[in-house]
Structures are given as structure tokens and as C-alpha cells.
Design a binder for this molecule. Structure first.
Ligand code: PGA
Length: 253
């Protein structure tokens, strides 16, 4: 695991953009795993800038999003389809037919999960998976006590996740209770993983992910067993990590 210590959200996003851009320069036909939420918005903004200023090319890139709320159509502004259109897909030269988000409207969600896994497999697997982290240490919508062997599947959102995500909705009751999410196994199958975390609210989750025991109670802790993980944290999110690690800008173990 490699931890990159940065000062703030902007610096975290810049470091992440360097890694994603580097991936695309090295392999223009990369398969990216993408995340929604507040965390990656700065990364997407910077990728758009790199696209506009020096022509970072997305024309051969394929993307797979981590998750979608059950029952939300792509036209719904609260959906993750919509989020991705707004924050990235419509602003770079990604081909619409190469951008995949799980279908939360599917009647048979188990079949949709299998179809999504098969699409990823046909695309050659995920080269670089971008992740945020929940305050409960979830990745994707893999909530505490998830089965580590799960592939894409329907999940019930944790009360803490519903509380955290209610900031995007008029009322907490409006937050969907179910989602379809890549499983931990999908994430572990990605060749490289990039986890971003900023703000004091994430400090405990980051500690559990990086320093805690590997346990389904803290789903992100499984990343300690992945062979190529980079975690980029800002100062606040790094608050509980050992002080001696922070003497270096990049700590590897
Ligand atoms: P956030 O969500 O980026 O909005 O903080 C992250 C997550 O829940 O995985």
C-alpha cells in the first residue's frame, strides 16, 4: 500500500488526476472504475482541465461506475448516471457507448449484476478503480458486514450511509434504501486501486482501512490484501495515521 499525504482537497485531487492521467497516457484504452459522491468531483474537474488544455484523450477509454440507487432512472438528477453525465461523461471525449453504470431500474437486479460483471470481464477487467470511502469504511455501497466474495449485487444501505447521503436529498426519507453495487471481489480484481479521502469525518474510516484488522466490519480494510493500492489523503483525513508515516510525502509499506 502506498499512502500519499496531501494538504487539502485540491492537492488530493491533483495527485489523483496525475495518477489517472498517467494511466491513460500509458494505456489509452484503459478500463476505469469510477465513483460518485463529493470526493472525486475535484479529480473529475482536473481531468476535464487536462483534457481541455493538453488533450488528454478518453476516446478509447471504457468506464464502469461502482453503483446506482435502485429505482432511479438515469434522467433523475439524484441518480449516479446523471451525476456522471454532469461531472465527467459529457465534458470529455468519452464515447457514450463505453460508459457503464449499473441499471437501478432493472426488474431482475441479480441478473443485472451478472450482466454487469460479464461486461467488465468482456472489457478485459478494470485497470484502475477509483474509490471514495464512507464514514463507516464502506467502498462502493459495500456496507459493514458485507461478504468479501460478493460480485455486483443488490445491497441495503446502512443507516449511517442514509444519514450521510441525505445531504443530497430534500428529506432523509427520500434517500433510497437499496442500491446495486460492484462487490468487494470486483474491486479486488482491479489491477490498481486508488482510494481518496478528505476531511475529518473520514479520519476514523481511513485508519480502519489502512491500520485496522482486515474485517468485513470495515469493508475497505480488505484493500490491505490488494497488491497495488494507492491511498491519497488530505491532512484531516490522515489525522489518525501514525505520525512517523507523515514525515514522508509518500509512505509505502
Ligand atoms: P463522499 O462519499 O465522497 O460523498 O464522501 C464517499 C462514499 O460514501 O463512498
Amino acid at each position: 500500500m502506498r499512502i500519499i499525504f496531501t494538504e487539502d482537497y485540491e492537492a488530493m485531487s491533483r495527485e489523483a488526476a496525475k495518477i489517472v492521467s498517467g494511466q491513460l497516457y500509458l494505456k489509452p484504452a484503459s478500463v476505469l472504475g469510477l465513483a460518485t459522491g463529493s470526493t472525486p468531483v475535484g479529480l473529475y474537474e482536473m481531468l476535464i482541465q487536462v483534457h481541455e488544455t493538453i488533450g488528454l484523450d478518453f476516446s478509447s477509454v471504457t468506464t464502469f461506475n461502482l453503483d446506482e440507487y435502485v429505482g432511479m432512472s438515469p434522467e433523475n438528477p439524484q441518480s449516479y448516471h446523471y451525476f456522471m453525465q454532469e461531472h465527467l461523461f459529457s465534458r470529455v471525449n468519452l464515447k457514450p457507448e463505453n460508459c457503464f453504470v449499473p441499471d437501478g431500474m432493472a426488474e431482475d437486479l441479480a441478473a443485472e449484476g451478472r450482466r454487469y460483471d460479464e461486461r467488465i470481464r468482456q472489457a478485459g477487467g478494470i485497470d484502475l478503480q477509483v474509490l471514495g470511502i464512507g464514514q463507516n469504511a464502506h467502498i462502493g455501497f459495500n456496507e459493514p458486514d458485507i461478504k468479501f466474495e460478493a460480485m455486483t449485487h443488490k445491497v441495503r444501505l446502512d443507516d449511517e450511509t442514509i444519514r450521510a447521503n441525505s445531504r443530497f436529498f430534500a428529506r432523509a426519507e427520500d434517500v433510497p434504501r437499496y442500491a446495486i453495487s460492484l462487490g468487494i471481489r470486483n474491486i479486488m480484481l482491479a489491477l490498481r486501486v486508488l482510494l481518496l479521502a478528505n476531511g475529518a469525518k473520514k479520519a476514523e474510516a481511513v485508519y480502519k482501512a489502512v491500520c485496522g484488522s482486515v474485517t468485513p466490519e470495515a469493508p475497505a480494510s480488505i484493500l490491505q490484501l490488494h497488491r497495488d493500492v494507492t491511498v491519497i489523503v488530505d491532512r484531516e483525513a490522515a489525522a489518525h495515521l501514525p505520525a512517523e508515516w507523515k514525515r514522508e510525502a509518500v509512505y509505502t509499506f
